[in-house]
Design a binder for this molecule. Structure first.
Ligand code: FES
Length: 117
């Protein structure tokens, strides 16, 4: 089981802490099940980048990136080494803490997310 925190770049959205999150589901699925807004324009099939998020902690608990995901992530303006697509980020068997930052969902995927690089 995991403990997962979601923080948001978009002003006015309070962080969310989830306890006892089961492995075997993607971070997009976790978000949607818990009423956390995470866009998913392609329906979660790795064909857009609207589910982009940053894994601040716990990357070791998430399945490795496929080449396809890497190729899509590279197209996101402002992507970083800890960027992932929520629909492709599968929680592996295990337990621990995962910390996620959700970019500002009001901006288009290829726009600047407001980070200092
Ligand atoms: S929902 Fe489109 S790539 Fe994740």
């Amino acid at each position: 089981m995991y403990r997962i925190s979601f923080s948001f770049i978009q002003p006015g959205i309070k962080p969310v802490m989830l306890e006892n999150v089961e492995p075997g589901q993607t971070l997009l699925e976790v978000a949607l099940k818990n009423d956390i807004e995470l866009h998913h324009n392609c329906g979660g099939v790795c064909s857009c980048t609207t589910c982009h998020l940053f894994i601040e902690k716990g990357m070791e608990f998430i399945d490795d990136m496929s080449k396809r995901e890497k190729d899509f992530v590279k197209t996101v303006f402002g992507h970083k080494a800890n960027s992932r697509l929520g629909c492709q980020s599968l929680l592996l068997d295990g337990e621990g803490d995962v910390e996620i930052t959700v970019p500002d969902q009001t901006l288009l995927p290829d726009e600047f997310y407001g980070f200092d690089f």
